[in-house]
Ligand binder design. Structure first.
Ligand code: UDP
Length: 192
């Protein structure tokens, strides 16, 4: 179930529920975007109507920050489980390993994304990492072409906000991927 707060549909169910939803979208090839809401994004949403419009269109807005869980409570909505971007990323890697999903990694510095790819390969050997591009590219079209040739089930974009949301809002319809997830600095955390 989702709850409407200032026009934003916040996801209030559990990890198990959202992973089930993402899995069935991958199976039926229905595009979905995931965005982890925290207090910084909320502040930017209030500051920028352009950013607000981009966020409002995203189907799966997860309550990453405790502040979002509290905000929901203030509106009388109970978030059954706080879902963080980092934990959902790791759970999707685990699920994808079992299901042999194809994932594409985009974002962060070259050394960070290389280490992220290495650790994913080490811990999730059945997951198919079909592409890996750092977040400081010059030619957006060639990035789009590379993603489209790879046809990932999930495109993880870790370029920080609002860059990742701008990139996905602009290119999502032309991208041959099913699930799109903005990850901020998650690759930096994951690569240790
Ligand atoms: N980044 C990127 N391309 C850019 C700017 C930033 O790939 O043009 C990466 C940066 O290397 C870092 C991440 O985006 O890995 C931003 O992390 P941060 O924690 O600042 O993002 P937040 O989670 O706060 O949105």
């Amino acid at each position: 179930m989702k709850k409407d707060i200032s026009g934003l549909d916040i996801y209030t169910d559990t990890y198990e529920d959202i992973i089930g939803e993402i899995t069935s979208c991958i199976e039926s090839k229905q595009k979905r975007q995931i965005c982890a809401l925290n207090v910084y994004k909320m502040a930017y949403i209030y500051k920028s109507s352009d950013f607000y419009e981009k966020i409002r269109k995203i189907e799966l807005l997860i309550a990453d920050g405790v502040s979002i869980v509290l905000l929901c409570a203030m509106y009388g909505y109970r978030v059954k489980e706080r879902i963080t971007g980092v934990a959902l990323f790791e759970k999707l890697l685990e699920k994808g390993d079992a299901g042999k999903w194809k994932v594409f990694l985009l974002g962060a510095k070259p050394a960070v994304i290389q280490e992220t790819q290495r650790r994913i390969h080490e811990s999730f050997p059945n997951l198919n990492v079909v592409g890996c591009i750092d977040g400081y590219f010059k030619d957006e079209n060639s990035v789009i072409n590379e993603i489209n040739e790879a046809k990932p089930d999930i495109l993880f974009v870790a370029m920080g906000s609002p860059i990742q949301e701008d990139f996905l809002d602009k290119n999502r319809t032309n991208l041959n991927a099913t699930i799109f997830m903005g990850l901020g600095g998650t690759f930096d955390v994951f690569s240790g």
